[in-house]
Every structure is written in C-alpha cells, then in structure tokens.
Design a protein around this ligand. Sequence first.
Ligand SMILES: [Zn+2]
Length: 461
Amino acid sequence: MGATGTALSLGMGGCATHPARQDWAVASAIPEGGIQSLVEQTPLMDTHEHLPPESKRIKAVDDKDDTPAPDFGMLFSHYADSELRVAGMPEEAYRKMIGRKLSPKEKWKLVAPYYGRCRHTGYLLNVRESVCALYGEEDIREDNCEEISRRLRADIQPGFYRKILRDVANIEHAQINCLQSPIYRESEAPDDLLSFDLTTVNIATGINRKVLRECAGAEVTTLKMAHETLDKVFEKYGGKAIAVKDQCAYGRRLNFEDVPDNEAEPLFVRFAAKEELTAQETKALQDNLFRRCVRLAAEYNLPIKLHTGYAAGHDSMDLSRVRDNLCDVSRLAHDFPETRFVLMHMAYPCQHELIALCKQYSNIYADMCWAWIIDPASATQFLKAFIMAAPACKLCTFGGDYIPVELVPGHARIARRGITLAITQLLQEEWLRDSDVPALVDRIMRGNAHELYDLKRVLKG
Ligand SMILES: [Zn+2]
C-alpha cells in the first residue's frame, strides 16, 4: 500500500507542541514504511466527539439503572444500534442487549443473527476495528464475548480517556460536543486532551425558556432581553469554548432568514408568555436569534460547526430537508462573510455540493467527522476529490462522533486507512508528487484544525 521514499525522521512524536507545517514548498520525503506508516505516525486532531465526562462513565459502572451496561453490548450501542435495528433486530432484543440483566453469552445469542446481516457496514466494521485496537481480538464471538466484556469493564478507571485517545488511537486532542450540558460543559476545565463546544440549540435554534432564564438569572420576557442573554452567554463561555456547535438540522431547515427585530419582538413576547406560535412564527424567532449568534461567533472568533447531511437514528430521516442543507447554508455564509462555517459529516450524501461550497466560499469548511463509518468508500473518494478541487486548508478529516470512548479507536483506524488509500491512489495516478505528501498529510490530519480552532486561547483560560 505504501509508496516508497527515502527515510527521514519527521519528528511526529510530539503532540500539541508540534506546529502545523505552513510551507508546502518545503520538500519532505515520505518515510520508510511509506504512506501507511506516515499516516499512522501522524496524530489526529479530533474535531467532534460526544464523550460524557470521564467521571460519569466511572460512576456508571455500578449504576444498575444506567445503560448501556459496561460489557461488549456497549460496543453495539452507538450507531451500530441503528444498523442492527434496520437489519431486523427487534427493539426489545436490543434493549436486553444493552441492559444489565443478561450475561454476555445470553446477549451474544440475541445480537449474533443481526450482526451477521449487517457486519460489512462501516458502523459494524468500526466495532471490529475497536475490538482489535483495544483487546487484540479480530472479532466479537461467542467464545470471547465474556473476556472482552471483562476487559472493557476493568479498563474504566481514572485516566482511561487519555489512555484510549492518546495511546491507542494516536489522537492529540478531541473537541467535545457535550450532550448533557444545555450550553457548555462546566464540570471540568478544557485541557491538552479535551476542549468543549458552546451549543446554541437551547438559546436560539430550539429556544428553551428554562435555559434562557437560567442564563439570564431572571425571566426573559422581551426580545431585547433575549439578545442581552445571548451576549451574556458568549461573554461567559466565548473565551473558553473551542467552537460553536448547532445540530438544529435534525429538526428544521438551515434557511435562516433575516428577520428584523421589530418582527421578532412580538413573537418573542408571545413565546415568553407561553402562547402557541405557528411553525412559521417559531422559525422566524429562531432565525432572528441564530443570526445574532452567528454575529457573536465572529466577534469571539469561534467557527460555527453545523450538522449537515445524514441524520443519525433509523426510520426517521427527512431526506428532502437534508438535500436542502447546503443550499440553505450558502445563503448564511454569503450574508456573514466574517463568520467561519464548518459543515459537518461531509454533508453525506451531498458531499459533492460540499466540495463546491468549500471551493467557492472562503468562510466554508468541511469536516469529515462521522463520515468514515457512514460510508467508508465514499469518504475515501470524497477526500481524493476534495484535495484536487478545493483548497486543502478547508478540510478537517476526523471526528469519531461517539458517546462511548471505546469506539473511537476503531474510527481512527478506519479514517487512517481511508486517508492512506486516498493519498496512495493520488500518487499512483500521478495527481500528487511524493514531495507533496508529508505536508499535505500533516495539514489534513491536524494542521488545519490548529489553524481553524484557537486551542491556545482556550488553554490559556
Ligand atoms: Zn455528533
């Protein structure tokens, strides 16, 4: 798989202290071991995870009400669960598989027939790759599901996030979109391993009265007060957060119209008074509030990460809305040239449109988080096409997008395989030269994320 090159130490051992290569013209040879070893040695900047606080995971080990239980069933609980259900696994069997009542062997009997029906997809490949990275096993089977379960549980100790992310997955830093925090995770300070997104769902795109009141310290009854609350939220968290994140695409279109304050004001007053708003009125209010967040994000130099493309889950996605995502966002990018928009998940299955937007708009970036396991073959093709069509500085190539940290190493392995394949093919097809490769690999795996997100500011506190 590897292209040849003369041996040269690239000094990839360091992590946060290793700066992004700025100068593409500096010729560096591909190391001995070829592209594969170069990609394996290069640490990944992980721009999107949903890991809960490590302390919460440790506490949950003995919590009888907490699911998924700490056994092999956990490895089938995120994303793989959707595939298993779509492949026919009944809801009740799935519940039992992640529950606390059955033994690993009993659970294996429940999942095995459905695993066999979907084992070749990226989600299930990720389970095997993770098991291989963590436990040295090639697959989960009836004869090893107990031992894998024992090891998974035993590994949940203080420091296990760092061990899995750094030592196993060679990830230098991970950005967390905390699903447990209404706006920003305050239970721990960002550090060299983890930083946290500020989410605008509860204060703008899916506005929540209770969260607004908590942020304001009083009932928010007018649009002016709501705007002041948004300002306050950014003042409080803008310096600590690594980025703004919003996943409202799960519930609405991304066509944020320019709704003037005098139109939004009476809507907000009615909203605050718990009067019912029509869907159109709700949207207008969200549009007004989110546009203010977009302005604030630029003021605090925070890129906005937007969920685009494929929807997680099963039997629910509105594909027509997904197909509008990129047309809708291009309007926003046009109206706010000072704000940087990161369009996540390769906008799958609209990834060619995403390349077009990154090529056209200086403030639109692409992130391949989640994409390597949604559709590994298309992700590889996307990377090839992107490199030749849009500026390479517009792309971040990795985010595991997982809740259980145990599934991140598999995703990192799949991403590295895809990156290796894409670069190797570009070399074989003579679109790239050997001397281009080291700087390009460093850029797409980590350098771009360092340029786009101000981790230094976050770490300064
Ligand atoms: Zn996510």
